[in-house]
Design a protein. Structure first.
Length: 479
């Protein structure tokens, strides 16, 4: 047994000669899966205190991607995927509509439920009759009909369904409207463009978008019998990638699920599989059809797998071992868990990962699910491992799983994660921008214009406890 497992704090990267003049010169572009490219190599974890629609939107806007967790019903999860897909796009394919005979009260309720400021009025054959906005119904009696309050079709500016971004911008400027329904030659509603979406599109030039200009999003599934049943509505909702997300991913159940997904949905669907911590794990999952492999057994901040099961591989060694196999199999790897700073992002990528998956660092943000609580005068949010006692309990009661245990206390014996408070830290985009700034700095110290080049230039050096101490501020009193 001479193999030594190392993790991020055991090493540093040796600086290289660099011709880079500005950190703006470097690119952080990378592959999340074989086909999905991202501007920013960061993925938010599929955990119920990290990623739902709001986080996934923030991640995609900044150039990363979020994985909607699966600890809910499939309907709830598909709704989350749809919410991301609707968040901003050139055209909304199926805008919310209402009939002309509905009442103001009904229209108001629909706008509130769907969180929109306007509805398109159509007849039964989907022909455009008008637009109804909140302003139109402001002082109207609740029983008044939509037809009496709407802006009628003859006064509505419309465009054809294949309009480009530039043409839409022109129309918004010229007519000063906020909503542009798209109609075919027979005046049937085919979509909707909103000025707010165009503004957002220009605000986030590096956002991760699909071919239709919609934000990208991934969604997690498991390996049980129902994996394909869960996958289907998620793909229909527009998920750009599925993430088969289990603690021990190097199993026959995993390879069977991967093959089943491939048989059912073909090669078009991107499927990330994990977690593994060995080269053989990567080889087996890549051979079974994985579009990316997730690496990490036990490094996460709220994981107790290593102390419960005695199993795991320190994360830097796991990434290095897996990266070699991944390169040979031509499949990207996602380094999942244990990232505490931008330095860890740099080290994980330099060791061969294409992206990093993050839980804790994003858990205390505005976009993570859950409320801010005040503890000892400090603002905090709850973050919990998905194999923690309460997470497992909640999962079974919400998702109506079959394997409900007789006695809830059984969970305390099975738990491989903990619940914790993390400091509230504002917006997820600030956290991401800090990580990216650190990554750019790392790239420039390694004389690398890209992550690929950094991986080629990377030489790690092991350090001692004294080296680690020296790396942090020392012998001063922090202000
Ligand atoms: P960080 O360090 O970013 O890690 O908080 C997030 C990753 O932790 C994994 N995870 C768990 N691992 N028990 C575990 O052993 C758990 O209960 C648990 N919950 C999450 C997961 O891979 C996530 O992305």
């Amino acid at each position: 047994m001479d193999k030594v497992g190392l993790t991020f704090d055991d090493v540093l990267l040796v600086p290289c000669r660099s011709g880079i003049r500005s950190r703006r010169e470097v690119s952080t572009r990378t592959f999340f899966t074989k086909k999905i490219e991202l501007e920013v190599p960061v993925v938010s974890a599929a955990m119920d205190t990290v990623t739902e629609a709001e986080m996934a939107v923030a991640m995609a806007r900044e150039g990363g991607i979020g994985v909607i967790h699966r600890f809910n019903t499939v309907e709830q999860q598909a709704e989350q995927v749809k919410a991301v897909k609707r968040a901003e796009n050139i055209a909304i394919d199926e805008p919310y509509t209402i009939g002309p005979d509905a009442t103001v009260a009904e229209a108001e309720e629909l706008m509130r439920l769907k969180n929109v400021s306007g509805l398109i009025v159509v007849n039964q054959s989907k022909k455009l009759l008008g637009i109804l906005t909140r302003r139109d119904i402001l002082f109207r009696p609740r029983e008044a009909r939509v037809a009496e309050c709407m802006t009628p079709a003859e006064r509505v500016v419309t465009a054809r369904p294949d309009i480009t971004l530039e043409e839409a911008r022109e129309i918004f400027m010229r007519y000063k409207v906020e909503k542009l329904p798209l109609v075919d030659s027979e005046n049937r509603l085919k979509g909707l463009v909103t000025s707010a979406d165009i503004v957002k599109k220009l605000m986030y030039p590096h956002a991760s978008r699909d071919g239709k200009g919609r934000l990208m999003v991934a969604a997690a599934i498991g390996v049980k019998e129902d994996a394909v049943d869960r996958a289907e509505p998620l793909i229909a909702a527009g998920a750009d990638a599925l993430v088969i997300d289990v603690a021990h991913g190097h199993t026959e159940m995993m390879t069977q699920t991967l093959r089943k997904i491939r048989r059912s949905f073909g090669d078009d669907v991107e499927v990330v599989a994990g977690n593994v911590a060995t080269a053989e794990g990567v080889e087996d999952l890549a051979a079974a059809g994985a579009s990316a492999v997730k690496v990490g057994v036990g490094p996460g901040s709220v994981c107790t797998t290593r102390i419960v099961a005695g199993v795991g591989v320190p994360q830097l060694t796991a990434i290095m071992d897996c990266a070699e196999a991944a390169q040979a199999m031509d499949v990207p790897i996602v380094a999942d868990g244990g990232i505490r700073s931008s330095a860890d992002v740099v080290k994980a990528l330099a060791a061969g990962a294409s992206t990093v998956m993050i839980g804790r660092l994003l858990a205390g943000t505005d976009e993570s699910p859950g409320a801010v609580v005040v503890r000892n005068g400090r603002k905090m949010k709850i973050y919990r491992g998905m194999a923690s006692f309460y997470a497992m309990l909640a999962k079974n009661s919400r998702a109506g799983e079959e394997d409900i245990l007789e006695d809830a206390s059984d969970y305390s014996y099975m738990a491989e994660g903990v619940e914790a408070y993390v400091p509230y830290k504002g917006s997820a985009s600030d956290v991401l921008r800090q990580l990216v700034a650190g990554l750019r700095s790392g790239l420039s110290y390694l004389g690398a214009h890209s992550i690929k080049e950094m991986q080629q230039n990377a030489a790690f050096i092991r350090m001692t406890e004294a080296g680690l101490k020296e790396s942090h501020p020392h012998d001063v009193e922090p202000v």
